[in-house]
Design a protein around this ligand. Structure first.
Ligand code: TYC
Length: 102
């Protein structure tokens, strides 16, 4: 950059990095004992899915062993996991729900 005094000058532009909060995948795991209808109900109740979506995801877990059921902030993901685990335990089903950083 050349201005009126004839001296070269370097203009440095700063590009502020936008900080984004880390996201967490909430995973549902398959097992041999939890009834399919219970899993569908969990997905409707805690993840706001309609019946068709919930049924589809339940079948994916059943066939593949696990599926991501949502992506949330750390606090929300923890709440979902706790809600699902408490609800499964109340109904004496071995359903497992976990979270992992995306
Ligand atoms: N595999 C279970 C059954 O055959 C159904 C099931 C689906 C269980 C999804 C857990 O996360 C799960 N009754």
């Amino acid at each position: 950059n050349e201005d009126d005094d004839g001296e070269a000058e370097v203009v440095v532009k700063t590009r502020p990095k936008t900080q984004r909060p880390p996201l967490y995948k909430v995973l549902l795991l398959n097992d041999d004992y939890t009834p399919m209808e219970f899993v569908v109900h969990v997905l409707e109740r805690f993840f706001g899915m309609n019946h068709a979506q919930a049924f589809e995801i339940m079948l994916t877990v059943h066939k593949k062993g696990l599926a991501v059921v949502g992506v949330f902030s750390h606090e929300i993901a923890e709440t979902k996991v706790t809600q699902v685990m408490d609800f499964a335990r109340q109904h004496q089903h071995p359903l497992q729900c976990t979270m992992e950083r995306e």
